[in-house]
Design a protein around this ligand. Structure first.
Ligand code: GLN
Length: 436
């Protein structure tokens, strides 16, 4: 089961409990429009979860291989977004939910542009955007990308590929329709590359790592490799949230509240940003092509662990750990990660301690772990304002901390004593690069 000690393994216990209980659900039907998929055992049921520390948890048949099918779509979308950027990709593939099934002719009436990259039409256009001089080269790029997301070399189930190539007229028709409207960035034969992409073999464990990589801002939490940028991971998750579950996306967002993607072989991934990636595999599908046991499992997990992304987030610790106000001086110490919310708190702390006229303000950031762009901008703007108003400003920060880099315009000191000393006596201090 999990690689963690079994005694404290509440996560595995939850997955095992879901496996045992939801395994009894026998609604839905195994997809049979790709003949080879119809051979899948409807009782197969695997669950896997991967945390941001790369811890892996699983239950049931999580090691059993199956073809990735439509769960490949967000990852190939990530590939082309990394290559060309959102503006260029959006010229070819829209970003609106279609409100229709995965294989519908959801093309804009005037342009022929497919509604989004999660439906077949959009995914075929996405695959056509993948760079490569030949089909082989293009497919190698796709396989390499999916493998990096999974953290291991993946391969193709040739029998499933053949089976879909022999029967995939509807997808071929979609490709020709787009091509006739000038909306396909390649030849209609690209549909075969799309079939190969759908036939890439994965396990439930692989899908959980792939989902966790999106949850982790594009960095694979198991291998440590940066597969795509944080921006691209965020863009992909946004489209998954609005379009990943086809015409069931609204109900899914309401009830489960996590970006997700399903596939006809029974795979389903869901992403809890900055927390984990989760995957379920169970072949029987409901009317919208979603694995029945997968939906049930995700609904329960989301509720049990409070994962709905619209939930009010809890803050674990206060940002301001010390706030001292004197007649001529003020001091604020902060801790943790400085994002927008934490910075907003910090600014309140700073206004509370700032002396009426002149004097000095020391901001101690030694216990601040990270500062994102919005946090850094807010703090920098506030410090500039204090200086304009005639206060002496000093920042205490580890000389090599990344948090300090955003605050280079201000006098920086490695210890509070040196900062206070400089404020009171104007002495040089150590490590200062200040303006005064
Ligand atoms: N290969 C399948 C198709 O194109 C993928 C569809 C899916 O998984 N929803 O029809």
């Amino acid at each position: 089961m999990a690689t963690d000690g079994p005694v404290l393994d509440v996560v595995t216990e939850s997955l095992v409990e879901l496996y045992e209980r939801l395994g009894a659900l026998d609604d839905g039907a195994v997809a049979d429009y790709i003949p080879q998929l119809a051979l899948a055992d409807p009782d197969t049921f695997g669950l896997s979860l991967v945390s941001m520390d790369g811890h892996r948890y699983q239950a049931g048949d999580a090691e059993m291989p199956f073809t990735v099918q439509s769960v490949s779509k967000p990852f190939v979308y990530a590939l082309v977004l990394s290559e060309f950027g959102l503006e260029e990709v959006t010229r070819w593939v829209g970003t609106e939910p279609s409100g229709e099934g995965y294989n519908a002719i959801s093309l804009e009436p005037d342009t022929g542009r497919p509604d989004n990259a999660m439906i077949n039409a959009g995914a075929i256009a996405t695959t056509a955007l993948v760079p490569g001089a030949t089909c082989e080269e293009r497919f190698e790029r796709i396989l390499d990308c999916l493998s990096r997301f999974a953290g291991r070399g993946l391969d193709v189930d040739e029998a499933v590929h053949r089976s879909e190539a022999e029967t995939g007229d509807r997808n071929r028709a979609l490709a020709y329709l787009m091509s006739s409207a000038g909306a396909l960035p390649g030849a209609p034969s690209v549909v075969d590359t799309y079939f190969r992409q759908c036939a890439v073999r994965v396990t439930t464990g692989d899908l959980a790592v792939m989902a966790a990589t999106l949850a982790n801002g594009g960095v694979n939490p198991v291998t440590g490799e940066t597969v795509v940028s944080e921006t691209v991971a965020c863009q992909v998750l946004a489209v998954m949230a609005s379009c990943g579950m086809y015409d069931a996306s609204g109900a899914w967002l309401l009830r489960v509240g996590l970006p997700a993607k399903s596939g006809v072989s029974g795979g389903l991934i869901a992403v809890s940003p900055a927390r984990f990636g989760v995957a379920v595999h169970s072949p029987p599908l409901d009317a919208s092509g979603t694995p029945v046991r997968g939906v049930a499992a995700l609904r329960e997990l989301s509720e049990r662990f409070g994962l709905h992304m619209m939930r009010h987030p809890t803050r674990s610790a206060p940002t301001v750990t010390e706030a001292d106000r004197g007649v001529r001086q003020g001091l604020v110490a902060a801790q943790g990660a400085l994002d927008f919310t934490a910075a907003e708190r910090l600014l309140h702390g700073l206004s509370d301690v700032t002396p009426q006229d002149g004097g000095w303000v020391v901001l101690d950031l030694l216990d601040v772990t990270t500062m994102d762009t919005s946090g850094a901008t807010m703090v920098a703007t506030a410090l500039a304002r204090l200086e304009e108003e005639g206060h002496r400003v000093a920042v205490v920060v580890e000389p090599r901390a990344t948090a300090g880099a955003a605050l280079t315009p201000w006098r920086r000191f490695p210890s509070r004593e040196e900062a206070v000393d400089w404020c009171e006596n104007g002495s040089a201090g150590v490590g200062g690069t200040g303006r005064t």
